[in-house]
Design a protein around this ligand. Sequence first.
Ligand code: SF4
Ligand code: SF4
Length: 275
Amino acid sequence: MKAKTKNRIWLRPVVQLFFFVLIALIAVNHTLVEEGGGITFLSGASLHALCPFGGVVTIYQYATTGAFVQKIHESSFILMILGFILAVLFGPVFCGWVCPFGTIQEWTSKLGKKLFKRKFNRFVPRKVDVVLRYLRYGVLAWVLYMTAITGKLVFADVDPYFALFNFWTSEVAIAGLVVLGVTLVAALFVERPWCKYACPYGAVLGLTNLFRVFKIKRNEPTCIACNKCSNRCPMNIPVSQQKVVRDHQCISCLECTSEAVCPVPATVDFVVGGK
Ligand code: SF4
Ligand code: SF4
C-alpha cells in the first residue's frame, strides 16, 4: 500500500509553521496568565505539559513510585504514547513535521545555505559525523539516569527547546540559553545539528526507523542514480544507495519521496512493507 505523499513539499513548511506559532502562543499565554492576564482556559498548558519527552523521562519514576517527575503531567504521558504510535506507523514524524525546535533549525539553515551554498551541511568530516550521530543516545542515557536518581526534570536546565520558548522568563537556566545559542549558530553550517547529534527524544523516536510500518523505499530498476534524493535529505542519509531507508536518523520529512525532488515518478515511495 502506498501513501499519497507526492507534491507535498509545500505542506510540511505549513504544518511546521502552524505548530511553531501554536507553541509560541501557548508559551506567551502561560507567562501572561502568571502575571494576571492572558487566556485563562489555556493556563494549564505549559511547555512541560505539552512535551512528549516529559513522558519518557518520567517512566521510571511512575513505574517505581506511581508519581510523575516534578512539573510533568498526564498530558506528557498521553502525548508520548501518541508520538510513539505515530512513529511506529510512519517514523519520527514528530521530528520532521511538528517539533518547533527542528523547525527553527531549518529556518536558520536557509541562511546557512545562502551563505555557504554547496559547502553547507558538509563541514563535519564524514568519519567524525558518523560517530557524533550516536552522541544523542549518550544524552538520552544521561537524562534518564539523572532524572531517575534526582526525581527532578534535570534536562530542562539545558534544553534549548525550553529556552527558546521561555527566554523571557526567569525559569530558563543560563546553560539552556547557551545550548540554544550554540545550536542556532551551528545550524548555519549543519542542517538540524541538535537533531543529529544531541536530541534525546530524537534518539528514542529514531529507533522506530528500524521497524516502522510505512517505509521509505527506492525502486532500484527505475532509479537513474542522479543523487538528488540524497542531496535533499536534511539528515544526510544516502537515500540513493539504499533500497529501504532504515537509518536511525531519518525524521520522516518525506522530502526524498516528493516528485519535486526525484525526477522519476514512483521511484522513491512511502509504502507499507519493503524488504
Ligand atoms: S530519508 Fe527521506 S524522509 Fe528520511 S530524513 Fe531523509 S529526506 Fe527525510
Ligand atoms: S532522486 Fe530518484 S532517480 Fe535520483 S537517485 Fe534518488 S531515487 Fe534515484
